[in-house]
Every structure is written in structure tokens, then in C-alpha cells.
Design a protein. Structure first.
Length: 166
């Protein structure tokens, strides 16, 4: 057993360590899809760690951001394959997305998202901005409250809908 493996098994409290231990388990159980997805996720995390001026270790929030980005890629690829009539590839992308979603925070429902956006639209309107001109301010206020629990495009669609209606 290498030193890397030992340090990972004692630090399972980090998301990256969980990904590594789950990869080992997936390889042992010969789960081909899970193994491929976890390898891809860890590769994306490593690439993010070495990007920039100096190599660094990512925090759990930064790892989560990488996973959200990878999940978005899978969702978009699945839709593209389905639209092109390539059902087999679309299904593979959906399977990969399902694995990634196990590591992501639970997504906000439409009602919860609408309630948060409504509050922020009202706050921005009270400050004097209304209509589509308030889009940037509302997005800036909503994004930190929602975090990774909703995709940016979903948030933007809801903000647009409410600003156009108001």
C-alpha cells in the first residue's frame, strides 16, 4: 500500500478522498460506468489543481464546482445525442450523469427556486431597479443563496420570467 492510499483512507472526510475510495470500490466490483465516471471526475479535479500559476489542493467547494461543471457537460451531451437520434450514446451520458449526481447537492425544486428569486426581485425593486434592467443585480443576489443547488441557466430563466411578468 502506497503512502498516498494510506493518507486518503484516513482523510475520507474530503470529497476528493471519497471520490478516490469510491473509484477503488467501483473497480473492485467491476462497475464499468461508475469506474469511468469517477476516473473522469478525478482527472478533471487534477487538471483544475494544476491549472493556473501554481499547483494547489482544491477545497471541497472547488471540487464540487468541478463536478457541477462535469455534470452539466453530461446533461448537454445527452441532450445533443438524443437530438441527433443517437439514443445509445445519450443513454450512456445519462448513466454518467446519474453517477455524478450522487456527489452533488440536492437540486432545488421549481417552487423553491421561484420563491428565492421572488424575494430577490422584490429586494432589487425596493432599491429602485425593475424590469430586465435589474437582471444582473437579481442574479448577483440570487447566486450566492442558491450555490450549486441549481444550474445557472435555470436560475436565469426564472429571473427572466419573473422580471418580464413584473
Amino acid at each position: 500500500m502506497s503512502d498516498d492510499t494510506r493518507s486518503d483512507s484516513t482523510a475520507v472526510d474530503t470529497l476528493q478522498a471519497r471520490l478516490k475510495s469510491d473509484l477503488t470500490a467501483a473497480m473492485r466490483s467491476r462497475d464499468e460506468v461508475r469506474t469511468a465516471v469517477l476516473r473522469m471526475a478525478l482527472t478533471a479535479v487534477r487538471a483544475e489543481e494544476v491549472s493556473g500559476d501554481a499547483a494547489r489542493t482544491l477545497s471541497d467547494d472547488e471540487v464540487m464546482t468541478v463536478l457541477v461543471r462535469e455534470a452539466k457537460k453530461r446533461r448537454e451531451a445527452s441532450e445533443a445525442f438524443a437530438g441527433a437520434g443517437r439514443a445509445e450514446q445519450a443513454e450512456r451520458e445519462r448513466q454518467e450523469l446519474d453517477v455524478l449526481q450522487e456527489y452533488l447537492p440536492e437540486q432545488l425544486g421549481d417552487t423553491e427556486l421561484a420563491a428565492i428569486v421572488t424575494e430577490e426581485v422584490a429586494a432589487v425593486a425596493a432599491a429602485g431597479k425593475t424590469g430586465m434592467a435589474a437582471m444582473g443585480q437579481v442574479m448577483k443576489a440570487v447566486r450566492p443563496r442558491i450555490g450549486d443547488r441549481a444550474e445557472g441557466s435555470r436560475i436565469a430563466d426564472e429571473v427572466r420570467r419573473q422580471l418580464a411578468a413584473g
